[in-house]
Design a protein around this ligand. Structure first.
Ligand code: ADP
Ligand code: MG
Length: 695
């Protein structure tokens, strides 16, 4: 194929030097077409655009130097070293090799000229470079100085940097001949002073010598930001399309039941906070529309999301459709089942229960009642949406602790519930508040409501961090709290990825505590217990029969026991910020002062120290979440693997958070503009299918 026929969409095999074997290796890097090379950005850059004089070397810098060999010798320093001394008239430098061949050694004859690239460091006898890249210069040959900064690409096994540079050279020639279409409208680019796509790509692959390497290294160069912006925009547009798609679907318009809802709210043992009331109103407006609601409720731990969900369920039931609520753990599902049973008893609504651990007979009965519609409300785990569960007329789905479920699961649910009524309304609730910019990126397919107020009289939990070496002190604290009629949680060390070890650690703590505190009634709950056993333990704790509950992190989400006012968390240094905030949220649920003790194994690393300090300093879940995002990145914060959050090629949700509001504005503008091609932007970055499903 001649060069003119090659374009951005051509397969990589059109490039010189790419045979089938190399093509397979490149596929592993996600590279299929010439265009893909445009977006394979260097990880960093090296400056080989100027020779540094040996007299001007600075320790700790990576640089290009050139000189004449004065002498080469092998010495023994525990092992064999080859030392080559070079000079350029301004100073001297020693090259040091630990691995070298005889022929290599023979190359370095006095008088031979050589160029080297490496890290200059201060050695015992002046500057040295260990294992520099080097090249011998022929008679009269100049040191090869590059015209642009040297890009260092993400490597893959068997594809060397030199090869990637050669391929991107070829790709850039294609870029110059037929640049990819510019998809960002001029006015948007002008307003944000962004370069064109082609210019940005060209610059990032071969930055000129005067480029700001520092800025490039941080990913904050306008050219990088230009590409990150377009990528974020593509994802955002794709999610917004999903949201718009929902408005083309039918859903039951739930308009009746005002009286019942008002009566229910009146009958609660507390008044709704104004934030809860506002969110309830938002939900009721959504439910009355003939299109599926897609709403996210964000609220800090203890802000009272459950009762809001209950009101939505009641509305659905009164309007004659089924409602389902799904929680991530059986423990939490069971708790919801109890709360809902209690709240809805006066209305003679009996929620059905569906979970994985259920006996076959009970399960069959529940399935039958779900299918014939006699179960108006179903509470359960993800078992709710497995094979064999057929709803009669599902009108509302509530997903609690949404961060455990991803976009894909959300979509699967929506389709699962579809019936002749249309699609069910969807309400999703987060456990942890999500920083605003991250929520924009991850949940753009949802409308958001925020419960930004705690029930009255709540006092911030007082938090301290104490080394495990002072265990006696901590036990004494538990003793006196329980003597004063309070209850306490003792959360055991989290042992990654091992149920067995997790459970052994819990058993060990339980044994230690029953021995140390013989006067207390101590209970144990862990992940390997049968659901019924777990539930018995929890219920005994709720009823005050158990004073101290030893638990693994199964109690992380949702558990609600207002009389528990002391939370001890072992090995706090190993847990993430949001998880600690969740655990701490198990106390401070009543009007009295609660305490949280973060027990750590010294010495503390700096990251752990920071985390514990954040918790000591704030009780505000939004602040905690922001710090968590900065410390760990979005995947962790949203619950890793399952989030459905894609890997971005260029954008970074933490680094580029400040772009999100602009992305949002640009997306709305684009969607209004008939000339703009939003679909092409999505295709470029997410591929033909659009990563979130059909768009
Ligand atoms: P979360 O938002 O963490 O899911 P919950 O729904 O579990 O919070 O509510 C926490 C506690 O606050 C529960 O005991 C609940 O009954 C109580 N609660 C909820 N709303 C109010 C309110 N408006 N006034 C007083 N207590 C409330
Ligand atoms: Mg909750």
């Amino acid at each position: 194929m001649s060069e003119e026929q090659i374009d951005a969409a051509s397969p990589l095999t059109v490039l010189k030097g790419v045979g089938p074997a190399l093509a397979i290796k490149l596929e592993r890097l996600g590279l299929f077409r010439v265009e893909d090379l445009f977006f394979l950005l260097p990880l960093r850059y090296e400056d080989r655009t100027q020779l540094v004089r040996l007299g001007a070397l600075v320790a700790g810098t990576r640089c290009l130097v050139s000189g004449e060999v004065l002498l080469a010798e092998t010495v023994y320093r525990g092992r064999r070293n080859l030392l080559v001394r070079i000079a350029d008239g301004s100073g001297q430098l020693t090259l040091r090799f630990f691995h070298f061949s005889r022929s290599q050694q023979a190359q370095f004859q006095p008088g031979v000229r050589v160029t080297c690239f490496g890290d200059a460091r201060q050695g015992a006898a002046g500057f040295e470079m260990i294992h520099p890249e080097y090249r011998l210069l022929r008679e009269g040959q100049d040191a090869a100085i590059n015209e642009s900064l040297t890009p260092i690409y993400p490597a893959t096994e068997g594809v060397q940097q030199g090869r990637l540079r050669n391929l991107t050279d070829q790709a850039l020639r294609v870029l110059h001949q037929s640049p990819p279409p510019e998809l960002l409208p001029r006015d948007i680019r002008d307003e944000l002073s962004m370069p064109s796509l082609a210019d940005a790509i060209d610059y990032l692959h071969r930055p000129p010598p005067e480029a700001d390497v520092e800025l490039l290294q941080q990913g904050l160069h306008p050219c990088q930001q230009r590409l990150a912006f377009e990528e974020l925009l593509a994802h955002y547009l794709s999610l917004r399309n999903l949201r718009t798609l929902a408005d083309t679907k039918a859903a039951p318009a739930l308009r009746n039941g005002e009286v019942e809802v008002a009566r229910f709210i009146d009958g609660l043992p507390f008044d709704l906070t104004s934030a809860q009331q506002r969110v309830v109103d938002e939900i009721l407006v959504d439910l009355a529309r003939p299109h599926p609601m897609m709403r996210l409720i964000q609220g800090d731990v203890g802000s009272g999301k459950t009762v809001v969900a209950a009101i939505a369920c009641l509305k659905a039931i009164v309007c004659g459709v089924q409602a389902a609520i799904m929680a991530p753990t059986e423990l939490l599902a069971e708790q919801h089942w109890r709360s809902f049973s209690e709240w809805l008893r006066p209305l003679e609504i009996e929620p059905a229960w569906l979970a994985g651990s259920q006996r076959a007979a009970a399960r069959r009965k529940t399935l039958a009642s779900i299918a014939d519609g006699s179960a108006q409300l179903v509470v359960g785990t993800h078992a709710l949406f497995q094979e064999g569960v057929d709803f009669h007329n599902l009108g509302l789905v509530v997903i609690d602790e949404q961060h455990r479920f991803g976009v894909h699961q959300r979509m699967a649910l929506r389709d699962k519930g579809a019936s002749e009524l249309g699609h069910p309304h969807q309400l999703v609730m987060t456990a942890t508040p999500i920083p605003r910019t991250l929520a924009m990126a991850a949940y753009a397919d949802l409308d958001t409501s925020i419960i930004d107020e705690l029930p009255p009289g709540r006092q911030p939990v007082k938090t301290v961090a104490i080394p495990a070496t002072r265990r006696d002190e901590i036990i004494a604290r538990v003793r006196s709290a329980c003597a004063a009629g309070q209850q306490a949680f003792w959360v055991c060390p989290l042992i990654e990825e091992s149920d067995v070890l997790d459970f052994q650690a819990a058993e060990a703590s339980y044994a230690m505590l029953t021995e140390a505190l013989p006067e207390l009634r101590v209970g144990l709950v862990h992940g390997r217990m049968r659901a019924a056993e777990k539930e018995r333990g929890m219920q005994a704790f709720k009823d005050g029969v158990i004073q101290l509950l030893v638990a693994t992190t199964v109690i992380e989400v949702g558990v609600d026991v207002p009389n528990a006012r002391l939370m001890i968390i072992e090995n706090a240094e190993r847990m993430g910020l949001s998880q600690l905030h969740q655990l701490r949220g198990r106390v401070g649920r009543g009007p009295m002062q609660s305490h949280c003790v973060l027990v750590y194994k010294p010495p503390l690393g700096s990251n752990s120290r920071t985390r514990l300090a954040v918790l000591r300093d704030t009780n505000d879940g939004f602040v905690v979440a922001q710090r968590d995002l900065e410390l760990r990145g979005p995947g962790e914060l949203l619950g890793t693997r399952q989030t459905g959050l894609p890997d971005y090629r260029i954008a970074n949700l933490v680094r580029d958070a400040s772009l999100m509001p602009k992305v949002q504005l640009a997306a709305e503008a684009l969607r209004q503009s008939p000339a703009a091609d939003a679909a092409a932007i999505i295709r470029r970055w997410l591929g033909d299918a659009g990563r979130y499903g059909k768009v």
